[in-house]
Design a protein around this ligand. Structure first.
Ligand code: F6R
Length: 252
């Protein structure tokens, strides 16, 4: 089944982040009213920063509680210690977790420091933990210029699961803006697979800026192909792209 993902175009990232954060707050409160947890899949990188800023505001100014939230991050670099300034563990704590009331035991981020020998079983255990939590209710995504979601680069199959992945040179170059040099950007990561992501009940992908416009077009209006893993979202029954005008500028 192909159900074209919904598309929302907003004047700027802050406006889009506000709408998505409000939708998430409604979901959390709705599930809380039924005594159900909300299982979130979370992304890192530059894109979700305004979204996390808005969630912090909803917590501090409007009392939105995250006590019923269970979170699973999409990915983590292999070889970076938790306290490394560019680890995704640190990013998530600085951007969100340290500022809200989420219960620390409910935070899940792949561990990029586990011994090579047990990395595969760590990935399998991550999958099981997601399943045991009841599956992801809302998965937040960014998109790489290569078409990756999570760190699933072109060539990844639609049914891939949490695993060790190689980062493309394009992705390492793009992420080197956060490091002192490209040599410091790890070459491998642990990433939820495309299948893991597509199992989420609802998916929200954010993209901002002109540099994302070509890949947003390929993801939404190109063929569904592993050359652009984000195009798999065309087959998801409940996926929405939250875009600013620049990122939407090449859509028909
Ligand atoms: C991050 C992730 C990646 C990023 C993508 C875009 O957890 O999984 O897919 O969403 O690389 O990165 P930014 O937002 O920095 O452009």
């Amino acid at each position: 089944m192909t159900s074209i993902p919904g598309t929302q175009v907003h004047p700027d990232p802050a406006a889009a982040a506000h709408v998505l954060a409000t939708e998430l707050a409604d979901l959390i409160m709705l599930r809380e009213a039924k005594s159900l947890p909300t299982v979130l899949g979370l992304a890192t990188g530059g894109t979700p920063i305004p979204f996390y800023q808005e969630l912090r505001r909803l917590h501090s100014e409007h009392g939105l509680s995250f006590k019923g939230v269970i979170s699973f991050n999409l990915d983590e670099y292999i070889g970076l210690d938790r306290q490394h300034p560019q680890s995704y563990w640190r990013f998530m704590h600085e951007q969100l977790f340290d500022h809200i009331d989420i219960i620390p035991e409910n935070i899940h981020i792949p561990d990029g420091t586990v011994d090579e020998l047990v990395l595969r079983s760590h990935c399998a255990a991550y999958e099981r933990t997601i399943k045991n939590a009841g599956g992801i209710d809302l998965q937040i995504l960014g998109i790489g210029t290569t078409g990756h979601i999570g760190f699933n680069e072109p060539g990844t199959t639609r049914d891939s699961r949490t695993d060790i992945v190689d980062l493309t040179e394009e992705t390492r170059m793009s992420n080197s803006r956060f490091f002192d040099s490209i040599d410091e950007v790890p070459t491998k990561a642990i990433s939820m697979g495309c299948g893991t992501i597509l199992d989420a009940k609802q998916i929200a992908l954010m993209a901002w800026g002109e540099q994302k416009a070509p890949v947003v077009r390929r993801a939404l209006q190109g063929p569904v192909t592993s050359d652009c893993p984000a195009s798999f979202l065309q087959d998801h029954p409940n996926a929405t792209f939250y875009l600013d005008e620049a990122a939407a500028s090449q859509l028909d």
